[in-house]
Design a protein. Structure first.
Length: 580
């Protein structure tokens, strides 16, 4: 009896334990399932979702929402990343005195040749006499992993860094006129994003073969120059020249797409180096309403154009004397390494003879805004500084035509200025270049320099609208003078009496020998019995009509308070090559 009682009790307890265990496992499974759903929901949460849940003022200081993070995982930085940043900053503070001692000599040896490469013409030498980084270490303020780069066999990390340093940097400079000055660089403030690429990934310690580093984005770079025992303003233009030298050296020697490669394991890392990916054709057309920098007369403007401010990659236009509305009509070619991040920069200066040229203004175009294979016609307003917009003063505008051609883009290798015209002769020349091992696009660019686009330009001067009143009676007697700038061929419409909205509807034909370098100038004049008054002008290249074949459009009359000129242009092409 006691056996059965014990057996019953044991079975009951066993069944109870089994039921309890089953129930516990069911509850545990439900909790784990709910937790998994929560984790999955957090994993899918975007920056926009997080901003709806948590206002920006409650974010910790280390959270940085950047475009890089939006382009990659689009999720919040984790507390692990906060710990990483704090750890990095703590360690950097501890080792900074040793970093200063080791890096100062390294910077001196590496930066001096770069400064010499960018040294302006006004200086004969530029060297460091003192260089220490000071006692204040930089601070890392953001970190992100660029996921779109991970498929390329490497890991890309970006670190945002801020440095309000107290370095002791003294430059010894010697000018062309024999003046020697020690210049101190003070009050450095820098904020930027450094990109680190760990590539290639390998199955041995430390897991990657090399590190590439680059300044991905320069958000702020401020510093002050002071002559020890003197005033920098004693030599006009010297301060601006030195500031531009330092900024250009930083911009081009370490800024993306330039990258420095540090091999960790033995191997060939040539594929990590910077490589060209296309050609940018730039036509510097003209500028208008430039600020006058001369007390007597007008400025003598010229332009400096570059993508990277290396001496052998910087193009300089001719000087137009005594002119605030210069017409250059010059063509330049630039190599593009990374169209997604690089810019075309133009600086317009006033030539001062033997003295340093004075900056009138500068402008910039992002290459990512250009549609490959399509000419973009732009007017750019000039500013004093591209990084810091401290004033809204109008300094004039500059007119450019831009055409970006990526390597391998055009398999048919047609003339980029006339897509409907097949250059069979040019293709033969390119084929010969390919047999010699040349890149087809480079061969195409070289061959284009020997091409003359020849044809007939028909210009129909249709009408004008809203011209300014010139006569005492509030009218004008307008007519148009047509000028081909290179050939100096001219034509003139009839005079329309007493009209601010004249209609001419006259057509003129011009035989053009070199259309890629020709310009059409249309001057609007007021006829008077005892003389004539210039109302304004319209200047255009022939690029658009060559590409489109025929078009009709209106153009503002530059130099006039108001007015538009309506034109109908047609191009009948021929093609030949220059004699070798």
């Amino acid at each position: 009896m006691s056996f059965f009682f014990g057996f019953f009790i044991g079975v009951s307890i066993g069944i109870g334990l089994i039921v309890a265990l089953a129930r516990y496992e069911s509850v545990r499974s439900a909790r784990r399932s709910a937790l998994a759903k929560t984790v999955a929901a957090f994993a899918r949460m975007t920056v926009q979702d997080s901003r709806k849940i948590l206002p920006a003022e409650f974010y910790p200081s280390w959270v940085v929402f950047s475009n890089r993070q939006k382009l990659s995982s689009d999720i919040l930085l984790s507390p692990v990343m906060e710990l990483q940043l704090n750890w990095l900053n703590h360690q950097l503070d501890k080792i900074w005195p040793y970093v200063d001692a080791a890096a100062s000599e390294l910077i001196r040896n590496n930066v001096e040749p770069i400064l010499e490469e960018y040294r302006p013409a006004i200086l004969s030498s530029l060297k460091f006499s003192k260089l220490t980084l000071g006692t204040v270490a930089p601070q890392f303020t953001g970190i992100s992993i660029i996921e779109e780069e991970s498929d390329s066999g490497g890991v890309t990390m970006e670190l945002e860094m801020q440095w309000d340093g107290n370095p002791n940097i003294v430059l010894d400079i010697n000018t062309r006129v024999g003046v020697a000055l020690p210049i101190q660089v003070k009050d450095i403030g820098f904020t930027g994003v450094f990109r680190l690429i760990f590539k290639p990934l390998v199955p041995e310690f430390p897991g990657f073969g090399a590190i590439s580093y680059s300044l991905r984005e320069k958000k702020q770079l401020d510093f002050r120059l002071k002559v020890i025992g003197g005033e920098l303003s004693s030599i006009p233009g010297l301060s601006d020249a030195i500031e531009e030298t330092i900024k250009d050296a930083i911009e081009d020697s370490i800024t993306w797409p330039v990258r420095k490669i540090i091999p960790i394991l033995p191997g060939d890392y040539e594929d990590l180096e910077l490589k060209p990916e296309g050609i940018l054709d730039v036509k510097l057309v003209q500028a208008k309403e430039l600020s006058n920098k001369d007390v007597i007369g007008k400025s003598d403007p010229f332009a400096v154009v570059f993508i990277r401010p290396l001496r052998d990659r910087t193009k300089t236009s001719k000087v137009i004397n005594n002119q605030l509305n210069p017409v250059w009509n010059e063509h330049f070619e630039f190599v593009v390494e990374d169209a997604s991040t690089q810019h075309l920069t133009i600086r317009v200066f006033d030539d001062e003879g033997i003295s340093a040229a004075e900056l009138i203004g500068c402008a910039q175009v992002a290459l990512k805004d250009l549609e490959p294979g399509k000419v973009k016609d732009v007017w750019l307003k000039l500013v004093k500084d591209l990084n810091i917009q401290r004033d809204n003063k109008y300094r004039g505008e500059v007119h450019l035509e831009l055409l970006y051609i990526p390597y391998g883009m055009d398999s048919s290798l047609k003339n980029p200025f006339n897509p409907d015209y097949q250059l069979t002769t040019l293709e033969k020349k390119i084929k010969c270049g390919n047999e010699a091992g040349e890149d087809p696009i480079l061969a195409s660019a070289a061959s284009r320099k020997n091409v003359i686009v020849r044809g007939v330009l028909s210009v129909n001067v249709v009408a004008a609208e809203d011209l300014p009143a010139v006569d005492v009676m509030g009218k004008a007697d307008p007519y148009v003078v047509l000028i081909m700038k290179k050939s100096d061929a001219r034509a003139k419409t009839r005079v329309v009496q007493e009209s601010l909205n004249p209609v001419w509807n006259q057509t003129f034909d011009f035989v053009v020998e070199d259309a890629l370098h020709e310009m059409l100038i249309l001057e609007v004049w007021d006829h008077d019995t005892f003389g004539k008054d210039k109302i304004g002008r319209v200047i255009m290249t022939l690029t658009r009509v060559i590409m489109e074949g025929e078009f009709q459009d209106s153009f503002p009359v530059d130099g006039a308070k108001s007015g538009k000129l309506f034109l109908h242009l047609k191009w009948t092409p021929q093609l030949k090559f220059r004699d070798p």
